[in-house]
Structures are given as structure tokens and as C-alpha cells.
Design a protein around this ligand. Structure first.
Ligand SMILES: NC(=O)c1ccc[n+]([C@@H]2O[C@H](COP(=O)([O-])OP(=O)(O)OC[C@H]3O[C@@H](n4cnc5c(N)ncnc54)[C@H](O)[C@@H]3O)[C@@H](O)[C@H]2O)c1
Ligand SMILES: [Zn+2]
Length: 448
């Protein structure tokens, strides 16, 4: 078992390990009532474990099931929950527990944030994505027809119990999608990122077979990275939290373009490869850096190319709506000083990077992106502006990378030499999720 302490909110602990659901009574303390928000599927697998654990307390425990998917992230669902809590007498001194993935966490967290102007919430994340990302940092929210995550609140939990045992029942596609988010952390720099990179590079078979001890190490390292970023910028005031959006600009665009039928982590995985290609086209990282991204993503069974038929013009329109972009195009890109915000990359670099991840070059798409022939993406000759967002602010972004001295030699670099087997093309998951037509892309400020 491992734990990571956050300063955010009143300060809380994220506990990671097999069987840590049992710690719910300790974290919650004495309560008269506990409202558990979950989904039927999750409750079927893990509800009894939580019931048994809370059975040792004096509290009256009641389970509240919400529907599956983005449709559940609605004000209607929050109103329904709050109404049922009020009828059941849930008071401000009682507690809410979110048992489930990111959808449950967002709904339970937001309902807890607004019920009686704020009641304590404990997150028990049961998807890999929720354990490494959404349960940490206090962001909660629901969708409007006008956009995803448009209504929300910062509401830090009283604790997070990331029980590795729950990941055993997660469908393969959801587990793999979570690995897309995990892969992001491998590129963020620092010792915990190095730990993530080492585990993914050297032990990815054990990761894919969900070895509990390895997952505990992996989730803990990701949580430590997210916790450090959240503590530095709890309410997204300084922009430091933007580094967590590495790979997300194209990722979000792919999701929106497909009506949210894609899995988030798969879209982010392709977004990571795109970000590496773009950074390379701008002379910010070398070819080895790109290869490292491609190999890591592919080794986890995640796609390195966009879904068939993705059009440049549509993706760019979506990316312009990204919350970081303010009308232009803004990406988190790797470089000599680590990941940083880069605005309005040269058109030719954009075109090269889009083609490199399989966006169609024909028609009005990529070609329109190249209004001039002369290269504007050589090292040192870009007119691009950049803002540091990495916590590793001591590095100087002066010289561009040479192929022999990449800025950050993670252990993963060792396994990305040319002796490795060729990268095999990975298919996207079957798009089994319902299309969410009412929910448009992040035209405003609450995208994640
Ligand atoms: N608040 C944040 O900071 C933040 C960050 C990232 C993502 N999110 C949000 O998270 C959501 C996505 O979360 P997700 O990927 O966890 O999806 P999800 O919550 O929809 O869960 C995926 C599926 O797995 C099932 N499931 C969950 N745990 C299971 C288990 N242990 N065993 C078997 N089935 C299980 C769920 O019922 C669901 O069908 C999005 O709405 C996104 O906006 C929020
Ligand atoms: Zn994400």
C-alpha cells in the first residue's frame, strides 16, 4: 500500500493498494448517514465489499445508482440525487462516497459540492483513468447540451481510496484507455515520470496482465505527479495545470469529432504521438523523442494514428475551441525545457504532424494548411510563442536538441533504439459507445 498526501483543500490522502476500500470507515470517521453514488455495473462487482466495510460503522448507508456514460453527467441527474438525499435526511455533516469511474466521480463530486453548499465526499475510483486522474485534484462537473463539463466546481475530497483490486473487473477496452492517460505521465519529467516510463517500458506485459503490485507502483507514481501539479495550481489560476493536458489538444478534437464515441485514453494516446511529431517538426525534440512516444503508445496496444476518415479541417476547428487556445491553436509540446505551452505553431509543422498521424492530406484539409512552400519550422526560426508550464523550471530553453543529447533521457529511451521490433499498427476500440450528439466540444472553459 502507498499513499500520496495533497495539500489542496484542507489536505487529504490518496491511498493506493489492494483492498484499500476497507479504509473507508477510517477516512470518513463518525457519520450518521453515508450516501454512496455508483452505477449498477460497478455496484455488482464492488458494492458488497464497500457495504461490508461500511457495515462496521454506526452510519446508515444508502446506495444511489446513476446511469452509464456522459448522459449521466447532467444537471438533471444531480438534481435527482440532491432531491433524494434531502428526502432521506442527508445533512451537511454526513458524507457522500463516489464508487466508480470518472463519470461517477464527476457527478458525485459535483452533487456533493452543491448539496447544502458542500458536503464531504470520498472518492473510491474504480477505473484506471479515475485512479490516476479524475479522482485527484477536486475538479467536478457535468455537461450541458452546449458543451462538455461546462458546469462544475472545485471540491476537494476528504480522501481518495484507489483500490487496485477493483481494476481486475474492468473491461479490457476501459483498462487500455486508462493506459493512454498513464502514458501521458511518462513524458512529464521528474523522478515519478521516470518511474512511470520505466514500468511501461520494461514491464508492459505485466502491466497489461494487471499485476497488482506493478499497478500499485504505476498508479502511485501517476498520482504523485498529478498531486504535485494540483498542489502548485489548485484552481487552475497560474496555468501550471496545463501540463496535464499533454496529448489532449488533438485527443479532445478527435473525441469531439467522433461525437464522444471514442475512448478518451485512446484519443489522448494518438494526441501524444501527434504532439511529439509537432514538437519534432518545430525542432523542439529529435527523431528519437518521436520514436519513444510512438513505441510506448503502440506497446500498450493504443493507436498511433487517427481513426480512418478524420479530416484536418474539422480537427483544426475543434482544436481552435480548446480552452487553452483562445481562438488560435495552442498545444503542450515537449522541448529542451520539458513540456510547455506553445501557441500558433507554423502551418507547415502542423501539416507534417497531422499527416504523420494519418490525417488525410488530400482535399481541402491538410493542403490548405500549407499556404507557403518555404519551411518555417526550422530550429530557431519559428515565430511561435511559448510559455513555460512545466514544474521543472530550472532548465534553459536555449539550444535545440541534438540527436545525441535529448533533454530528458528517461530510462525508456534505452528501449527505443533501432534494434526494437517495428511498431505495429493498433486498431481503435470498437466504437460501442453511444454517440452524444447533444454534447458539443469544449467551446468554453471546463474541458479536461
Ligand atoms: N474530474 C476530472 O478531473 C476528470 C479528469 C479526467 C476525466 N474526467 C471525466 O471522466 C469521465 C471518464 O471516466 P472513465 O474513463 O472512468 O469512464 P466511466 O466512468 O464511464 O467508466 C467506464 C465504464 O467502466 C465501468 N466500470 C467502472 N469501474 C469498473 C470496474 N471496476 N469494473 C467493471 N466496470 C467498471 C463503468 O460502469 C463504465 O461502464 C469523463 O466524463 C471525463 O470527462 C474527469
Ligand atoms: Zn485525460
Amino acid at each position: 500500500m502507498q499513499s500520496v498526501t495533497l495539500k489542496a483543500g484542507g489536505g487529504y490522502e490518496a491511498v493506493i493498494g489492494a483492498g484499500v476500500i476497507d479504509q473507508a470507515p477510517r477516512v470518513l470517521g463518525r457519520r450518521a448517514r453515508i450516501a454512496v453514488v455508483t452505477q449498477a455495473l460497478v455496484a455488482g462487482h464492488h458494492g458488497d465489499t464497500l457495504r461490508r466495510s461500511l457495515g462496521g460503522t454506526d452510519a446508515t448507508v444508502e446506495f444511489f445508482e446513476i446511469p452509464e456514460g456522459e448522459e449521466a453527467k447532467s444537471l438533471h441527474c444531480v438534481e435527482d440525487l440532491c432531491g433524494r438525499w434531502a428526502r432521506g435526511g442527508l445533512s451537511r455533516r454526513d458524507a457522500v462516497v463516489g464508487l466508480g469511474g470518472g463519470v461517477v466521480g464527476d457527478v458525485a463530486g459535483f452533487a456533493a459540492a452543491v448539496y447544502h453548499r458542500g458536503v464531504d465526499v470520498l472518492h473510491i475510483p474504480t477505473t484506471l483513468l479515475a485512479q490516476v486522474d479524475s479522482s485527484i485534484g477536486g475538479k467536478t462537473g457535468v455537461n450541458l447540451r452546449e458543451g462538455k463539463n461546462l458546469v462544475g466546481a472545485f471540491h476537494q475530497p476528504v480522501g481518495v481510496l484507489a483500490d487496485i483490486d477493483t481494476l481486475a473487473t474492468l473491461p479490457t477496452s476501459d483498462f487500455r484507455s486508462g493506459l493512454g492517460e498513464v502514458a501521458k505521465y511518462a513524458f512529464l519529467g521528474g523522478s515519478d515520470a521516470q518511474e512511470v516510463a520505466t514500468i511501461l517500458d520494461c514491464e508492459h506485459d505485466a502491466v497489461l496482465s494487471r499485476d497488482p503490485q506493478l499497478l500499485e507502483r504505476l498508479v502511485s507514481a501517476c498520482v504523485a505527479i498529478k498531486a504535485a501539479v494540483v498542489d502548485a495550481d489548485e484552481r487552475e489560476a497560474t496555468g501550471d495545470r496545463a501540463v496535464l493536458n499533454y496529448g489532449h489538444t488533438l485527443g479532445h478534437a478527435l473525441e469531439a469529432d467522433a461525437g464522444y464515441t471514442l475512448r478518451h485514453g485512446e484519443a489522448v494516446a494518438t494526441g501524444l504521438v501527434f504532439a511529439a511529431e509537432l514538437a519534432h517538426a518545430m525542432g523542439r525534440i529529435d527523431a528519437i523523442g518521436v520514436e519513444r512516444h510512438r513505441r510506448l503508445v503502440a506497446s500498450l496496444g493504443l493507436p498511433t494514428e487517427v481513426p480512418e476518415g478524420a479530416e484536418a479541417s474539422a480537427l483544426i476547428a475543434h482544436m481552435r475551441r480548446d480552452k487553452k487556445a483562445a481562438g488560435g491553436l495552442t498545444f503542450v509540446l515537449d522541448g529542451p525545457a520539458g513540456p510547455e505551452l506553445v501557441s500558433d505553431p507554423p502551418h507547415e509543422a502542423m501539416a507534417r504532424a497531422l499527416v504523420a498521424v494519418g490525417v488525410r492530406a488530400g482535399g481541402s484539409g491538410v493542403r490548405r494548411l500549407i499556404p507557403w512552400r518555404r519551411s518555417s519550422c526550422c530550429p530557431g526560426r519559428t515565430s511561435t510563442s511559448s510559455v513555460r508550464v512545466s514544474p521543472r523550471s530550472t532548465a534553459t530553453p536555449t539550444s535545440m536538441l541534438s540527436s545525441t543529447s535529448p533533454a530528458r533521457l528517461h530510462p525508456s529511451t534505452a528501449t527505443t533504439s533501432s534494434t526494437c521490433s517495428p511498431i505495429t499498427k493498433v486498431r481503435w476500440s470498437t466504437q460501442s459507445r453511444a454517440r452524444v450528439d447533444g454534447v458539443r466540444p469544449w467551446s468554453s472553459t471546463r474541458a479536461r
